[in-house]
Ligand binder design. Structure first.
Ligand SMILES: Nc1nc2c(ncn2[C@@H]2O[C@H](COP(=O)(O)OP(=O)(O)OP(=O)(O)O)[C@@H](O)[C@H]2O)c(=O)[nH]1
Ligand SMILES: [Mg+2]
Length: 423
């Protein structure tokens, strides 16, 4: 049974208020048997909704034989407890459903650690509810208590210990990952970000011919994957797919998925993928932008990618989107439409970092030659026998110039216009 409550601070954005929570609940494996919606001026402290609605909900639960009630809103521990008592069935809120999906989807060690951490941090304030229940069963918890401690305190301590343990292990994994990401600092790194189900993974497959899991469910990607993307004859880009964002992401998850998003934080360019066929596309763009700025990626060069253009039924809405975001690129990961234009936009953005340069070094400097071969676009090489020097004209990413610095290396930039490519 789904419940969605509109509040002045969190209004419904469509005439189908349960749309998203239905998607989340189904993704979590539930079958939806009924829905209840209400507009309220403020939250009822004890039970979130008013007494009348609780009764209505009770009836609906009985009629449909529902065994879980899922709120599209976030409930306080006390509200969840009171509702469970009144309704006689399990009551979950939006964050719990998202956490549950994350728990079943997490694949790598890192994602599992993050999900467990988020779940424990979420349940710590809710322990009281579990233990008042249990201590009644076990005769007041006799025999379970440590000296001077109530069972609740023991439990909090255990959970607290586990949380610290998880944090330590995550820190290790993340340090390793940061080293990995940093070692790619000389590369063109691009990250796909966007609302869940926007089509990031499919676009990744289309661009890199990789085989990343794609599914019409929310949060099909929980781990970052990085693949090579060869853009025609221009060069190589490392493209990462990331976990999808969602409105009101539980903030523990934002924090713990920071690491999963480290690729995005270190990327030189973000491709913000939007499902242009979704009527809420504009809301999704805003939600993603706000998570990005929370992650400290707000100022990163970003290309907005209006995806699934093949599925857009209402073209006037697409026109609105393109009018609102004139620099956006319109594509379809399914049909491949617009991908050449996306490649152009990516090249132009990354090339803004390129400069035409003349590098002079001794002919035997294999290190510099190898580096330029790998990272620059060389278009002329001259050997000067008398001085035993080699003069290399190339297109060099400015931020890489420091990697070839040395006593026998001279770098001279040939013109100020960085984005121009030599003929
Ligand atoms: N019609 C159409 N469907 C698409 C397109 N791109 C993706 N889809 C479908 O949209 C659904 C979601 O695609 P994914 O690539 O898994 O989306 P995602 O952004 O990676 O989703 P999460 O990993 O859950 O955040 C799948 O059913 C895809 O087949 C497209 O260009 N056109
Ligand atoms: Mg995905």
């Amino acid at each position: 049974m789904l419940v969605s409550v509109a509040l002045p601070a969190r209004p419904w954005t469509t005439n189908d208020p349960c749309d998203e929570i239905r998607g989340l609940a189904t993704t979590a494996g539930a079958t939806v048997v009924g829905e209840l919606t209400q507009k309220r001026q403020e939250v009822q402290l004890g039970t979130y909704v008013g007494k009348g609605k609780v009764e209505e909900l009770q009836e609906l639960v009985e009629q449909t034989d529902a065994d879980v009630v899922v709120f599209d809103n976030d409930l306080s521990p006390a509200q969840a407890r009171n509702l469970e008592q009144a309704l006689g069935v399990k009551v979950l809120d939006r964050s719990e459903v998202i956490l549950d999906i994350f728990a079943t989807r997490a694949q790598t060690v890192e994602a599992r650690l993050q999900v467990e951490l988020a779940q424990l941090e979420y349940s710590l304030p809710r322990l009281k509810q579990m233990w008042t229940h249990l201590s009644r069963q076990k005769g007041g918890g006799i025999g379970l208590r440590g000296p001077g401690e109530t069972q609740l305190e023991v439990d909090r301590r255990l959970v607290g210990g586990r949380i610290r343990d998880l944090k330590d292990r995550l820190a290790e994994v993340q340090a390793r990952k940061d080293r990995e990401v940093a070692s790619r600092s000389s590369e063109h790194t691009v990250s796909l970000v966007g609302y869940t189900n926007a089509g990031k993974s499919r676009l990744m497959n289309a661009l890199t011919k990789a085989d990343v899991y794609v599914e019409n469910k929310l949060f099909s990607t929980l781990d970052t994957r990085t693949r090579q993307w060869r853009i025609r004859d221009w060069g190589r880009v490392l493209l990462s797919d990331t976990v999808g964002f969602i409105r009101d992401l539980p903030h523990h998850l934002v924090a713990s998925f920071r690491a999963t998003l480290s690729e995005a934080r270190h990327a030189k360019l973000l491709l913000h993928v939007v499902d242009a066929s979704n009527p809420h596309a504009e809301d999704h763009i805003k939600a993603v932008n706000s998570v990005l700025s929370e992650l400290g990626c707000g100022d990163k060069p970003t290309i907005l990618v209006l995806n699934k253009v093949d599925a857009v039924a209402d073209h006037s809405r697409l026109h609105l989107l393109t009018a609102q975001h004139p620099k956006a690129v319109t594509v379809s990961g399914l049909t491949g439409a617009g991908i050449p234009e996306l490649e152009d936009a990516v090249m132009a953005s990354l090339a803004a970092d390129f400069a035409e340069a003349e590098v002079v070094t001794t002919a035997g400097n294999g290190r510099v030659l190898a580096f330029l071969n790998a990272h620059a676009e060389i278009y002329r090489q001259e050997f000067h026998d008398e001085s035993n020097e080699v003069v290399i004209r190339c297109h060099l990413p400015r931020h890489l110039a420091r990697h070839i610095a040395g006593p026998d290396v001279k770098v001279r930039y040939l013109n100020g216009s960085a984005s121009e490519r030599p003929a």
